[in-house]
Ligand binder design. Structure first.
Ligand code: ATP
Ligand code: MG
Length: 557
């Protein structure tokens, strides 16, 4: 969306703040960033933040920084850095040459802390973690000053340097900002800004044994990079006074502005890292990219496209209050994206054999079939037709109820793109399962040529039993049972036992020779499918159902 053709009313509150800042000359350009902590995989909520930050930078012809907020070595791993970059690239947010690591600024952060000490705005505190908590007070009671609060600048400088030089154990001393222990905002009650932690860091190794706290590090990172609008989620609203305090006390020119928006939550899915980790560790899902999850990697593997995620995020909008979005809206977006773009193939997921008694034994007809009737540009293909076919088991009934228009004894249906066939006989095994259906066809009813004077009510899809490609198909349902509650009484996830169905005996028409992992199709009447990113091979085709075709979902007005 270009800036010029967007009118004021349609702008979200973040754009309105930015417009005002530009108008009033607070900034003369726009620069945003996406600052993940490399401590896990990104999920649909992060996608919203990425596309928002990247979209705003583009809209205002500004810059977008990719920055790892890697200031806490306890939870961070190199593995996550790679997966995060891959996901962001896939989403289409281009950071160009603007990839940064907060840990590259540790020297500047140290100098910033020294500057605060010299200004009398920070002090080394020897209280234990428990004592600090006690002194902090509560929402209703003010805090108490630390007995170390009035140390001299010289003493603080020396002690802080000692902290840096590894002279103290973890947890024995911290550096605190000297703000106001009586502030109604607890974040302003002399927050800790540096702590001792004898730990290796994935980027700086053993160079540091003190690490800055998030609330101190983040505004510095933004300021160093020249970020103008630091967009974060609502839980940081109460931290904004501290953000402003840090950039003001450090006297940055044109300090960045923090803006908060509501996190994205989606119904019927699991986003919490703790739960996903549990599902992975318990072997309930096949890793963090299992197609039932909503990590970006999982959505990709399931078959969602960057375009569909973008559409979803745009439909969600930007808001200041937390709410959940219906998962069905995400499904709506992928259907919208794929419906006019992808070929429609015939696939039989639960095959039962059909034999055309009056069709010549060795004859094969290659029928011309449009790839997508809604999109003539996609051209056509040839589909083999012969005496032995597969149809889906549910398209035949021995004793049909009223209004069942598919195949049953004596009934005639159209085989999609082919002929009318009439059921003349069928066979069952000892368990009563249908094993074979016998039909006769009418050569005068070839699709496109006519109806030979009559009409049929049902059209069913089929695959040549002699040409079809045997494939595995994976069908999904929500992993948690939202209707019965997401959690059990003991706090564990209330899992849906049917979240994954693996069908190993499916037949796809043979036009899939050139299919590569991640290719997407409609299988007519069955839904949209994606060749599995990890498991698909020519010898062993595996397709994931992204979404079925029908839904009762309506776009909210
Ligand atoms: P989580 O706890 O789910 O991993 P996080 O906030 O700890 O989320 P970070 O890596 O710190 O993850 O977040 C990177 C950015 O993504 C932050 O700016 C954060 O506000 C944003 N973000 C995280 N979750 C969501 C969400 N559900 N909706 C929108 N933005 C989000
Ligand atoms: Mg986090």
């Amino acid at each position: 969306m270009e800036l010029d053709n967007k009118n004021v009313e349609s702008k979200n509150f973040i754009e309105q703040i930015i417009d005002k800042d530009l108008e009033e000359g607070r900034f003369d350009h726009v620069q945003t960033r996406f600052p993940p902590e490399p401590n896990g995989y990104l999920h649909i909520g992060h996608a919203k933040s990425i596309l928002l930050n990247y979209g705003i930078a583009k809209e205002y012809h500004g810059k977008f920084n990719m920055r790892f907020d890697d200031t806490n070595p306890t939870k961070e791993k190199e593995e996550f850095v790679q997966s995060i970059l891959e996901d962001i690239q896939w989403l289409g947010a281009d950071w160009e040459d603007r990839l940064f690591f907060a840990s590259d600024y540790f020297d500047e952060m140290y100098e910033a802390a020294v500057k605060l000490i010299k200004k009398g705005k920070a002090y080394v505190c020897d209280l234990s973690p428990e004592e600090i908590r006690e002194y902090r007070g509560t929402l209703t009671e003010p805090g108490k000053n630390s007995p170390y609060r009035n140390r001299s600048v010289e003493e603080n400088l020396e002690l802080f340097e000692n902290m840096k030089n590894g002279m103290y154990e973890d947890g024995t001393r911290v550096l605190r900002a000297k703000i106001d222990m009586a502030s109604p905002n607890i974040n302003m009650r002399d927050p800790i800004i540096y702590r001792v932690a004898h730990m290796s860091h994935h980027n700086t190794g053993d160079k540091w044994c003190i690490y800055p706290m998030y609330d101190f590090a983040h505004p510095i990172e933004d300021a160093i990079e020249g970020v103008t609008h630091s967009i974060c989620t609502l839980e940081f609203e109460d931290h904004r006074p501290l953000y402003d305090w840090v950039v003001n006390e450090l006297e940055y020119e044109n300090p960045p502005r923090q803006i908060e928006f509501a996190k994205l939550y989606v119904t019927n899915v699991v986003t919490g890292k703790r739960y996903i980790k549990q599902l992975v560790e318990d072997g309930i899902v096949d890793g963090w990219d299992d197609p039932r999850l909503v990590s970006i990697a999982a959505l990709r593997r399931r078959g969602f496209t960057p375009e569909s995620i973008k559409m979803f995020v745009e439909l969600c909008g930007i808001s200041k209050s937390n709410s959940s979005v219906d998962y069905a809206m995400l499904e709506y977006c992928i259907r919208e994206d794929l419906k006019a773009k992808k070929p429609r193939l015939m696939a039989v997921l639960d095959p039962v054999k059909v034999i055309i008694d009056n069709y010549p034994e060795d004859k094969v007809e290659w029928l011309e079939v449009a790839n997508n009737v809604e999109c003539p540009e996609l051209g056509s293909r040839k589909v083999p037709f012969c005496k032995e076919l597969y149809i889906d088991r549910e398209d035949f009934m021995e004793e049909p109820p009223k209004k069942y228009f598919r195949l049953f004894p004596g009934n005639e249906v159209r085989l999609m793109n082919a002929y009318f066939v009439k059921c003349v006989d069928y066979k069952k095994d000892e368990n009563g399962n249908i094993t074979e259906i016998h039909v006769t066809y009418d050569p005068e009813t070839k699709s496109g040529n006519g109806f030979n004077g009559r009409k049929v009510k049902g059209t069913i899809h089929w695959v040549s039993a002699r040409h079809g490609v045997k494939s595995e198909v994976r069908l999904y349902e929500n992993i948690v049972d939202e209707e019965k509650g997401k959690l059990n009484e003991d706090g564990t996830l209330n899992l849906n036992p049917n979240s994954l169905t693996v069908l190993k005996n499916c037949y796809i028409e043979p036009n899939i020779e050139d299919v590569k992992p991640e290719d997407k199709f409609q299988f007519v009447r069955q839904g949209y499918f994606c060749a599995d990113l990890k498991d698909y091979t020519g010898e062993h085709p595996v397709f994931n159902r992204i979404v079925s075709l029908k839904s009762s979902f309506k776009l909210p007005k």
